[in-house]
Design a protein around this ligand. Structure first.
Ligand code: NAD
Length: 491
């Protein structure tokens, strides 16, 4: 058991294969979301720490990138096997940092391990392409090369999976990386870096920087030595990073948020749809980019669906026990922002059907827990219908027919995921065709991708790249076109 007493009292950077104090000498508190108490103190990084990490990445990039991809995959396989061996430890770190149950954290860690195995396998399938040519006595091929030194900017939700999704493909492709840990989940990436070191990844190939986006993330991505940035975070952060790297045309993959619709048609299995809608809306307290936040219901079955839905919402248990359905909001600040958005929608005459409050009973103490919250009669133009809240809040909308449902589904700048519940193949196919997003599901939840499935969105949900799956290799490597001319008469 790893448990709270093993969680470091101070979380440092990881640079050049060891834990490093911040140049500022300062630390900021990391709170335990489940108790509201200080869990640890985290290094307050700045530009000087980024410089150290960049220097060691520059030095070690050549060693790692010149190793064969099969050898790199073997080293990564040892890391994944270690992860599997010590998965309880990682799950307990995730549970502590995120304020969710061990069971839910283990599910996330298992997905991270599967992601590792997937990319390790890709080491023996890192194929190039042989191209035909119009020119006689010429051979043409495409080969893959590493991009260079990259910044991996990670989100707080699902930190173990979030880091694994980027780290495994980036390293497999031969890059050196600097992970910018999320300030709310600082230790997960350091834990990974230690495991990778033991498995044989050279020091300097992975560094981890702690601190805020402004103080350490921004100078890191602004540095011209950073050739690619993969960021999972808000659309606003993605936009800032694209602007900061635009002059040098760095490669940037943005995985941003969602305001995902969940459509319930009048021919759906209503009880089943309600069960799935509840899980899609409240998974990880709604802190999932693919969570459903707009439930769009055909008029004819609105009241019946609502009854099933509310019954299930009212039965949800909130807390960090394995029997609970979801845990805490990541920070007090985020919790207050979500509660303010709820109160704002109430003031604008949104009707609250459930929740809307912080949970403060004995089981929740001073933790950052919000009751499952359901609105109806909010305008599709209202702020609460437009803004990604990243919390346990959904709104129900009433529509006449499929056309209206698709129109409302598309009425968002976000275009990440969406689901339709129907028994009609015709309606399902129409939704698949006309709903614009990176992920569409029929009779399932809006969330729940797997490591081999490319994931990403359109609109302000993403900028066209897809991670993970083999498609992630397109981002983390560059194609080089090679042609060789030969002369048979000189044999
Ligand atoms: P955020 O944008 O506030 O922070 C994300 C990361 O970016 C953090 O590590 C932060 O320190 C860093 N950062 C902030 N400003 C920066 C800058 N100028 N330069 C470099 N780094 C900077 O996001 P968040 O609120 O912590 O995370 C939640 C968001 O992430 C939600 O919008 C959610 O939908 C999204 N998300 C998307 C996916 C996906 O795959 N599409 C998955 C999970 C979360």
């Amino acid at each position: 058991m790893y448990a709270i007493m093993n969680y470091p009292k101070k979380v440092f950077h990881w640079i050049d294969g060891k834990e490093v104090r911040p140049a500022t000498g300062k630390f900021f508190p990391k709170m335990n979301p489940a108790t509201g108490e200080v869990l640890s103190f985290v290094a307050k990084g700045d530009k000087r720490d980024a410089e150290k990490a960049l220097k060691s990445a520059e030095r070690e990039f050549a060693v790692w990138s010149e190793m064969t991809v099969v050898k790199r995959a073997e080293i990564l396989r040892d890391a994944v096997l270690q992860m599997r061996e010590r998965k309880d430890e990682l799950a307990e770190i995730v549970a502590l940092e995120s304020g969710k149950s061990k069971k839910s954290s283990l599910g996330e860690v298992d997905a991270a391990i599967e992601c590792g195995f997937f990319f390790v396998g890709e080491g023996r399938r890192f194929f190039g392409i042989v191209l035909p040519t119009a020119v006689p006595n010429r051979r043409v091929k495409l080969i893959r090369e590493p991009v260079g030194i990259g910044a991996l900017i990670t989100p707080f939700n699902n930190p173990a999976a979030g880091v694994a999704w980027k780290l495994f493909p980036a390293l497999l492709c031969g890059n050196a990386v600097i992970v910018k840990s999320h300030e709310y989940t600082p230790y997960v990436a350091v834990w990974y870096a230690k495991i990778f070191k033991e498995a044989g990844v050279p020091a300097g190939v992975i560094s981890v920087l702690q601190g805020t986006g402004l103080e350490v993330g921004a100078p890191l991505v602004a540095d011209p030595r950073i050739e690619f940035v993969s960021v999972t975070g808000s659309a606003a952060t993605g936009q800032k990073i694209i602007r900061a790297t635009a002059n040098r045309l760095a490669k940037v993959s943005v995985e941003a948020g969602g305001k995902n619709p969940f459509v319930v048609c009048d021919d759906a299995d209503l009880e089943k749809a309600a069960t799935i809608a509840v899980s899609a809306a409240f998974v990880d307290a709604g802190q999932r980019c693919a969570a459903a936040s707009r439930i769009i219901i055909f008029d004819k079955v609105y009241e019946k669906f609502k009854k099933f839905f509310l019954q299930k919402v009212n039965a949800l248990k909130v807390g960090i026990a394995d029997t609970d359905d979801y845990g805490a909001i990541i920070s007090e600040k985020r919790m207050k922002e979500i509660l303010n958005a709820i109160h704002g929608a109430q003031k604008r005459r949104g009707v609250l059907l459930a929740g809307g409050v912080r949970l403060a009973g004995e089981a929740h103490k001073k933790g950052f827990f919000i009751a499952p919250t359901v609105f109806e009669r909010v305008s599709p133009k209202d702020e609460i219908s437009k803004k990604e809240l990243f919390g346990p809040v959904v709104a129900l909308y009433r529509v006449k027919n499929l056309d209206d449902a698709i129109r409302l589904s598309n009425d968002s700048q976000y275009k990440l995921s969406g689901a339709i519940h129907t028994s009609s193949i015709h309606r399902a196919e129409e939704f698949i065709r006309r709903y614009r997003a990176g992920v569409v599901r029929v009779n399932g939840p809006t969330h729940g991708s797997e490591p081999h499935m490319p994931f990403g969105g359109m609109g302000i949900s993403g900028n066209g790249w897809r991670e993970p799956g083999t498609q992630a290799l397109e981002f983390y490597s560059e194609w080089k076109q090679v042609s060789v001319d030969f002369d048979p008469s000189r044999v």
